[in-house]
Ligand binder design. Structure first.
Ligand SMILES: Nc1ncnc2c1ncn2[C@@H]1O[C@H](COP(=O)(O)OP(=O)(O)OP(=O)(O)O)[C@@H](O)[C@H]1O
Ligand SMILES: [Mg+2]
Length: 153
């Protein structure tokens, strides 16, 4: 299941993140795909805010994993630097069942992803507009349908 959404501004990205946060539960995984500067970290910052995280979220590119504490822990992972090593890495431990796991550049570790997860493909349309393809593997298809309808595009 996929829904294509037009996100016209940071405010709308914030709104989309809010809708998604409302549907996330302990153990959920969100994969983010999109070019450099498309908005993966920006989306994650908004998501964190709506998960009750007050700490500032920064790009984890150089640390790979950052953990934030909100209502639930949020594990923010950026696997950009793993492009070359791919799935030879021990990545199973990258999925955490006691919180929400957000993975920037998840296509690099697609083979390590769980059977069910939510994903966002972010494409730049212009300076402030993004096309977001919201998708759900496995049990996440229903969430995509609900959010797609509520977002109203
Ligand atoms: N509607 C929008 N949604 C998301 N970001 C937007 C939007 N409009 C403008 N931007 C800007 O686009 C930039 C996105 O940068 P960001 O660091 O989030 O990208 P990224 O995908 O995480 O890149 P990287 O691959 O380098 O980690 C930010 O400067 C943000 O303010
Ligand atoms: Mg980023």
């Amino acid at each position: 299941m996929e829904k294509a959404l037009i996100v016209n501004s940071l405010r709308q990205m914030d709104h989309l993140a809010e809708l998604i946060a409302m549907h996330l539960q302990k153990g959920d995984v969100v994969g983010l795909e999109g070019d450099l500067g498309s908005g993966k970290t920006t989306f994650t910052k908004f998501l964190a805010k709506h998960l009750g995280i007050s700490e500032t979220v920064n790009s984890p590119t150089f640390t790979i994993l950052k953990i934030y504490q909100g209502k639930l822990p949020m594990y923010h992972i950026d696997v950009y630097r793993l492009e070359d090593v791919g799935y030879d890495y021990e990545l199973e431990e990258f999925i955490y069942d006691d919180g929400i796991t957000v993975i920037e550049w998840y296509p690099f570790i697609k083979k390590m992803m769980p059977d069910a997860y939510l994903y966002l493909k972010i494409e730049v349309v212009d300076e402030t507009t993004r096309k977001v393809t919201l998708g759900g593997k496995g049990t996440y298809a229903k969430i995509v349908e609900t959010i797609g309808n509520r977002y109203g595009n």
